[in-house]
Design a protein around this ligand. Structure first.
Ligand code: AMP
Ligand code: MG
Length: 398
């Protein structure tokens, strides 16, 4: 059976990024940059004040102190969004507000709190060094430098920078369209489940994970365990999707028809079954240039294989540099054991101090522990980890 890291390598090497497109800035959040982005201007774009106060010549106030104030004549003001033509000559000052353009001649700003208005003059009680309280043009960003690298995501913080640079649109990779199909005669979505029936949940869960990964999700109707119905559903999904994720029907029972249905529409099974717990009956296939991920039906298996095996592929389709789940150090608050012969992705809970506990029952149908978990531990086979050990915890959302 294929090991997880080999399966990851094979999947990732089968995937090429989709085409790039130019998108208005306000629609690029979480998209991946298709090219390096250079700063079209410097930031700040002009020298400006870091404080409410007065633009001065630093030398004029070098002796200013509480007992020996210096008086300056105020010759104007620069409200937000304006500039002043008049230069600040020696012995004078100009009223400024945070962000006001520094007038010519001035080389420092005295804080308002260090001043007082007296007899029509401004009394200054404190000295300032040259360029104190001034934000210099270009001290943050110099025009021309790379401010976003190809393969990096557009985060809220990068949007702040791109917006401040006046960038109107960005080259990003097209979002993949990913279909989600659930299979199983036992599944119902509404009403009272009949004998042996259960409420369906995988499509909801996978659709939300896949949306978080940045893809455009299409959820298809539930499919019964019939070869004909599954064939038709796969065919319809591949018509409109770049990748299709199915759940259930990919194991070894006679009702598991996903693999034969996929082959019947011309799909190639690249591999099937992985040495992983949960998630062993996982299938990866190609239909023309498109991808099939056949996930197990057990809800936790579907969840884990989506994060570990589907996520890197969907990120690579989007041109992302970093394909892997964020891994942080954590300290075990209790002993963990994997007595099995496959790597076990254990549902865990890591607290804000980094202490790691089991999230509960680790069976592949157990949703209570999944809902409690905020981390996975990738635990090698036949291993015992004592309490106190430092381990890597894998995260997916915060
Ligand atoms: P299967 O892989 O089709 O044999 O399904 C394995 C287990 O997962 C069974 O107990 C199914 O009832 C359950 N299951 C399959 N698909 C879903 C689904 N979409 N939502 C919730 N449970 C499911
Ligand atoms: Mg089934």
């Amino acid at each position: 059976m294929l090991e997880v890291d080999d399966a990851q390598k094979r999947i990732v090497s089968a995937v090429q990024p989709l085409a790039s497109e130019n998108v208005p800035l306000d629609q690029t959040v979480r998209r991946i940059l298709a090219k390096h982005v250079a700063a079209p201007i410097s930031l700040p774009s002009f020298d400006n004040s870091a404080m409410d106060g007065y633009a001065v010549h630093a030398v004029d106030v070098q002796t200013a102190a509480a007992a020996t104030p210096v008086s300056l004549k105020c010759i104007g003001a620069v409200p937000a969004g304006q500039a002043i033509e008049t230069a600040v000559n020696r012995g004078t000052c100009v009223r400024l507000f945070t962000g006001s353009a520094l007038p010519d001649g001035a080389n420092a700003v005295v804080m308002q709190e260090e001043t007082r208005i007296a007899n029509g003059m401004i009394e200054v009680f404190s000295s300032v060094k040259p360029w104190e309280n001034v934000r210099l043009a270009g001290e943050d960003i110099k025009a021309g430098i790379v401010v976003g690298e190809q393969g990096e995501p557009v985060t809220a913080a990068r949007l702040a920078l791109f917006g401040a640079l006046g960038i109107a649109e960005l080259p990003v990779i097209r979002r993949p369209i990913v279909g989600v199909i659930g299979t199983g005669n036992e599944l119902v979505t509404t009403g009272q489940p009949g004998p042996g029936q259960i409420y369906e949940s995988n499509r909801l869960c996978l659709a939300s994970l896949i949306t978080q990964i940045g893809a455009d999700v299409r959820v298809f109707a539930l499919v019964r365990d019939s070869l004909g119905e599954t064939r038709a559903a796969l065919q319809a999904a591949f018509e409109v999707c770049d990748a299709v994720v199915t759940t259930g029907g990919v194991s070894v029972g006679e009702h598991d028809v996903v693999k034969p249905a996929f082959q019947a529409i011309g799909g190639t099974c690249e591999f099937w079954k992985i040495a992983v717990k949960p998630g062993k009956p996982f299938m990866f296939g190609r239909w023309r240039e498109k991808l099939l991920f056949g996930l197990p039906g057990n809800p936790v298996s579907a969840f884990v294989t989506c994060l570990v095996l589907v996520r890197p592929a969907l990120l690579k389709l989007q041109g992302a540099k970093n394909l892997w789940l964020p891994a942080h150090p954590g300290i075990l608050a209790e002993e963990f054991a994997n007595q099995g012969d496959r790597i076990h992705f254990i549902r865990a809970n890591v607290d804000p101090k980094g202490m790691v506990c089991s999230a509960g029952l680790q069976a592949s149908h157990a949703l209570g522990s999944l809902a409690n978990a905020n981390a996975l531990l990738a635990m090698p086979p036949e291993t015992i980890w004592p309490a106190g050990r430092t381990v890597e915890v894998l995260r997916w959302e915060f």
